[in-house]
Design a protein around this ligand. Structure first.
Ligand SMILES: Nc1ncnc2c1ncn2[C@@H]1O[C@H](COP(=O)(O)OP(=O)(O)OP(=O)(O)O)[C@@H](O)[C@H]1O
Ligand SMILES: [Mg+2]
Length: 192
């Protein structure tokens, strides 16, 4: 339960999916923490966290989100699927998508989690590019997590998206799927 009166914990709880609310930078190696700290001092266009499933990309993006909120720095954490869903909803309701695009475009720091899970449709490609372009033009940094490497993004997603992400600081994850390890060790299977 969120401690009474603890505004930051409430903000973290609102910002993050429940599974990742306790994610902290201290969960990661010194090397990763140093990489993130160096990036944070000079974020440039953004941070690209790529690697296979279950290696900790979302956990790190959530830990960065927690750290920002604890430091009173603005950050917006969204799954890429939420962006597409929000835009589709505006269509269904007969509104323009501009409000959604503006929200994603003006966030001081945006986390776009799990970009390219499944092949991107033309619609998703178009709006991913639109959000990235607006943010790059406004010099606002973005953290993107994805299962794909840049060459794979170029091949499977979109050459123009890969080109934009190529200026991001790259943090490549490797190793075993942590979800598997938990179930193999006899702990409850983690399906998140
Ligand atoms: N450093 C860590 N310490 C503790 N738990 C971790 C750590 N990294 C990841 N986990 C946990 O392992 C599980 C898988 O991690 P996560 O969801 O971040 O993987 P991912 O790389 O984003 O995978 P996917 O590509 O499938 O989205 C999650 O439950 C997460 O909370
Ligand atoms: Mg993830």
């Amino acid at each position: 339960m969120v401690p009474c009166g603890c505004q930051k914990e409430r903000k973290i709880a609102r910002a993050l999916p429940e599974r990742y609310r306790q994610a902290r930078l201290s969960d990661f190696s010194e090397q990763i923490v140093q990489g993130v700290t160096a990036w944070f001092a000079k974020p440039g266009d953004g941070l690209l966290l790529c690697g296979p499933a279950g290696t900790g990309k979302t956990h790190l993006a959530a830990a960065i989100t927690r750290a920002c909120i604890e430091l009173d720095k603005p950050i917006m954490f969204r799954r890429a699927a939420e962006l597409f869903q929000a835009i589709r909803q505006t269509y269904d309701q007969g509104f323009t998508e501009e409000g959604v695009l503006a929200e994603y475009a003006r966030a001081r720091l945006l986390v776009l989690d799990d970009l390219g899970a499944g092949a991107l449709t033309d619609f998703e490609r178009r709006y991913t590019l639109e959000v990235l372009d607006r943010r790059l033009n406004a010099m606002l940094p973005t953290i993107v997590t994805t299962n794909w490497t840049l060459p794979e993004i170029k091949e499977r997603m979109d050459e123009r998206i890969a080109s934009r992400l190529s200026s991001f600081t790259l943090l490549a994850f490797a190793g075993r799927d942590r979800r598997e390890r938990k179930s193999h060790s006899g702990e409850p299977a983690n399906v998140g």
